[in-house]
Design a protein around this ligand. Structure first.
Ligand SMILES: Nc1ncnc2c1ncn2[C@@H]1O[C@H](COP(=O)(O)OP(=O)(O)OP(=O)(O)O)[C@@H](O)[C@H]1O
Ligand SMILES: [Mg+2]
Length: 313
C-alpha cells in the first residue's frame, strides 16, 4: 500500500483545521504522529480514512484519488483500517465475537475463515478466544473493551492501519506487547500510523515521526532526527523523549564529549537552558554514579546524540 496526501485542507466552519498538509506513506512504515491537543491529528487520520469532506487537496491510495467520483470506496474499506480515539464507546454487538467480526460481515471469506480471523485478532490482543468470545462487550473493563475494539479493526487485516491514541488505558505490559505486535505487522508490509502523546513509546517503536502544529506538518523525519531535537519539540509544545532530555543533561554536565553535541547540532543556547536545571538533578549525573535511567537508556541516548541507532534497537 502506498498513500500520498497532497495539499490537503480541511475546515470545520470558518477555521482551517488542516492547512495544506502533504505526506507520503510507504508499505511497512511505522509512523508516529505527535502534536498538542487540537492541532489536527485526529482530523488528519479521519481524512486519510476517507471519512471527511475536504476543502481541497488529494489523497492517492495506490495511485487512485479517493475523492474521484470513479473511485471504488470498497477499496478504501478493504485496505485502510482505523482505530478511533476512545474506541471502547463503539462496541455494540451482543457478544465479543460478533463485535470483532462485524467488519468482516460483507467480506467474501467463508464462515470458518471469518471465525479464524476473529480468533487471531483476539489472540493478538492478549485474549483467550474461547474465554472471551461469548461475553457481552458491556461486561468488560475499559482496557478490555479497548483491546476488543482494536481486535475488530485487526480482523479486517488492513494494509494501512491507523490508530488514534491506542495506548491510553493499556497497562505497561499490554502496551509493550501491542507495540511489538505492531512492529511485527510492519515487517509483513503493513503500514502503521499511530497518533500518541507517549513520545517514549514512539521513540522505541516508530521509525518516522511527524510533528503537527495548528493544522500543519512542521516536522517529518526519522525518529532520531525529530525526537532528538528537543528544541523543535518544545516549539510544538512537546518535550523531547526521556532519552533526549537525559542526553541534554549529560552533555550539559560534561559527561559526554562536546563533539557529540556538535554532531547533533545542539547549540550553546540549549546548553544555556540547562543552567536552569535544578541542582539536585545535576548532582546525580557526573562523578558519583550515574542515574539508573542512564544505563537503561544508554544506547538510545548515544543514538540521539550521534543520529545512529544503538546496538539493541
Ligand atoms: N466535528 C468538528 N466540528 C468542529 N470543529 C471540530 C470538529 N472536530 C474537530 N474540530 C476542531 O478541529 C481542531 C482539530 O481537532 P482534532 O480532533 O483533529 O485535534 P487532535 O490533534 O486530534 O487533538 P487531541 O490531541 O485532543 O485528540 C480542534 O480545534 C477541534 O476543535
Ligand atoms: Mg485527537
Amino acid at each position: 500500500m502506498q498513500m500520498e496526501v497532497r495539499k490537503l485542507t480541511v475546515g470545520y466552519g470558518a477555521a482551517w483545521v488542516l492547512d495544506q498538509v502533504s505526506l507520503q506513506i510507504g508499505a511497512g512504515e511505522f509512523i508516529g504522529i505527535v502534536g498538542c491537543t487540537g492541532c489536527g491529528k485526529t482530523t488528519l487520520l479521519k481524512a486519510m480514512a476517507g471519512l471527511l469532506e475536504v476543502q481541497s487537496g488529494e489523497i492517492l491510495l495506490d495511485g487512485e484519488n479517493i475523492f474521484s467520483r470513479r473511485f471504488d470506496r470498497a477499496v478504501l474499506r478493504r485496505k485502510v483500517g482505523m482505530v478511533f480515539q476512545y474506541p471502547e464507546y463503539q462496541l455494540f454487538a451482543q457478544t465479543v465475537e460478533k463485535d470483532v467480526g462485524f467488519g468482516l460481515k460483507y467480506s467474501r471469506l467463508s464462515r470458518e475463515e471469518k471465525q479464524e480471523r476473529v480468533r487471531w485478532a483476539l489472540e493478538q490482543m492478549g485474549f483467550s478466544y474461547e474465554e472471551i468470545k461469548d461475553q457481552s462487550p458491556l461486561s468488560l473493563s475499559g482496557g478490555e473493551k479497548r483491546r476488543v475494539a482494536i481486535a475488530g479493526v485487526l480482523a479486517t487485516k488492513p494494509e494501512l492501519l491507523m490508530l488514534d491514541e491506542p495506548l491510553a488505558g493499556l497497562d505497561p505490559m499490554a502496551r509493550e506487547m501491542f507495540l511489538e505486535f505492531l512492529e511485527g505487522l510492519t515487517g509483513q508490509g503493513v503500514s502503521v500510523v499511530m497518533v500518541s502523546h507517549n513520545v517514549d513509546a514512539l521513540a522505541q517503536h516508530a521509525a518516522r515521526i511527524i510533528g503537527m502544529k495548528q493544522g500543519k506538518i512542521v516536522m517529518d523525519g526519522s525518529c532520531q532526527e525529530v525526537l532528538g531535537d528537543s528544541r523543535a519539540l518544545r516549539t510544538i509544545g512537546l518535550l523531547g523523549s526521556e532519552a533526549a532530555q537525559t542526553a541534554e543533561l549529560l552533555l550539559a554536565n560534561g559527561v559526554l564529549p562536546e563533539g557529540a553535541a556538535k554532531r547533533r547540532g545542539l547549540t550553546p543556547a540549549l546548553q544555556e537552558e540547562m543552567e536552569n536545571v535544578p541542582v539536585e538533578e545535576k548532582r546525580i549525573l557526573p562523578g558519583s554514579g550515574l542515574p539508573v535511567t542512564y544505563e537503561a537508556l544508554r544506547d538510545e541516548i548515544i543514538g540521539a546524540l550521534t543520529g545512529e541507532k544503538g546496538e539493541n534497537r
